[in-house]
Design a protein around this ligand. Structure first.
Ligand code: HPA
Length: 257
C-alpha cells in the first residue's frame, strides 16, 4: 500500500531517491514522483503541476486523486497555502485543517455521475481523524509547532477575496482561506483514502490588517515551513498505518430504493 504527499504552493522536491512517472487515468494524465524511503513508496504529487503552472480553478482534481487511487495509495498528507482571517493565526503559523466551508463555483466535485447508482459521502470527519492525531503527536520531533485547528474556507480564485467576503467567511466560522483544498479532500473520501492537510499561513486575508497581500510573503512563509512539514509527513508515512481508527474507507453510502 502506497502513501502520498500532495504539495501546495512551492512544495517541491522531497529529497531521497525518486523516479518520475506519468499515470494515465480516464480523466487525464498525471505526473508524479515516487520516492522510496524506509521500505515504503511515497508518491509525491505537485497539485499545480511540476512547473507550478496550473492555477487553482483549473487543476484537474479528479485526475490527480484518481491517479493516487490507481497507484494504490491509501494515506495522503497535503500542504496548502492559506490566508488567515482569524487573528490568532498569523503569517508563518501552521494549522491543522479540521473542517471546511466550500465557496468554489466551477469545479468537478465528484466521481459519482449517477452511472453507478445514487451515492452520498459522509463528511462528518472530512480530514482523517487518525492521520490528524498522528501529525499532532509527532510534530514536536520535527520542529513543527501547530498553532491550532482550523476551518478552511475554499474560494474559487484565482483572484483574492474582497474585504466584505472575508468578513462573511469569518462570521460563518472560517479561520483560514485558500483555493485548492476543495474538491481534493472530498474526492479522497469518495475513493476511500485517508486524507489530512496542514495549512501554512502565508498572509492576512484582505481587510484583516492594514497590509496588502504580497506574493513574496506567500513564497517566504511556504519556504520557511515546507521542509519541516515534509519531514513530519514522511516520518508518519513511513510508520505503521491502518484504517481501523477512522471511517474514511466506509464514507460512501449507496441510497437503496
Ligand atoms: N486567499 C485565498 N487563497 C490564499 C490566500 C488568501 O488570502 N493566501 C494563500 N492562498
Amino acid at each position: 500500500m502506497r502513501r502520498a504527499i500532495i504539495g501546495g504552493t512551492g512544495v517541491y522536491g522531497v529529497g531521497g531517491s525518486t523516479v518520475s512517472r506519468d499515470v494515465s487515468t480516464p480523466l487525464g494524465e498525471v505526473r508524479v514522483d515516487i520516492l522510496t524511503l524506509g521500505g515504503y513508496e511515497i508518491v509525491f504529487l505537485p497539485r499545480h503541476g511540476k512547473k507550478h503552472d496550473v492555477p487553482p480553478h483549473l487543476i484537474n482534481y479528479r485526475a490527480n486523486m484518481m491517479a493516487l487511487k490507481q497507484l494504490e495509495v491509501s494515506y495522503i498528507y497535503a500542504t496548502c497555502a492559506v490566508g488567515s482571517c482569524n487573528t490568532e493565526y498569523r503569517p508563518g503559523d501552521v494549522v491543522i485543517l479540521t473542517d471546511f466551508l466550500d465557496f468554489t463555483k466551477s469545479r468537478a466535485h465528484t466521481f459519482h455521475d449517477g452511472s453507478d447508482g445514487v451515492k452520498h459521502t459522509d463528511m462528518s470527519d472530512p480530514y482523517c481523524t487518525n492521520l490528524r492525531t498522528l501529525l499532532a503527536e509527532q510534530a514536536g520531533n520535527h520542529n513543527v509547532s501547530f498553532k491550532g485547528n482550523a476551518v478552511y474556507v475554499c474560494t474559487e480564485g484565482p483572484r483574492f477575496e474582497t474585504a466584505a467576503e472575508i468578513k462573511m467567511y469569518r462570521a460563518l466560522g472560517g479561520d483560514v482561506v485558500g483555493m485548492t483544498n476543495v474538491p481534493e479532500v472530498n474526492l479522497a473520501k469518495e475513493l476511500g483514502m485517508c486524507y489530512a492537510a496542514a495549512g501554512i499561513v502565508t498572509n492576512w486575508c484582505t481587510g484583516v490588517k492594514e497590509e496588502a497581500i504580497a506574493m513574496h510573503d506567500i513564497t517566504a512563509a511556504m519556504e520557511k515551513n515546507k521542509q519541516d512539514l515534509t519531514s513530519l509527513f514522511l516520518s508518519v508515512l513511513t510508520g505503521p498505518l491502518d484504517q481501523n481508527h477512522c471511517s474514511c474507507a466506509h464514507a460512501v453510502m449507496e441510497l437503496g430504493n
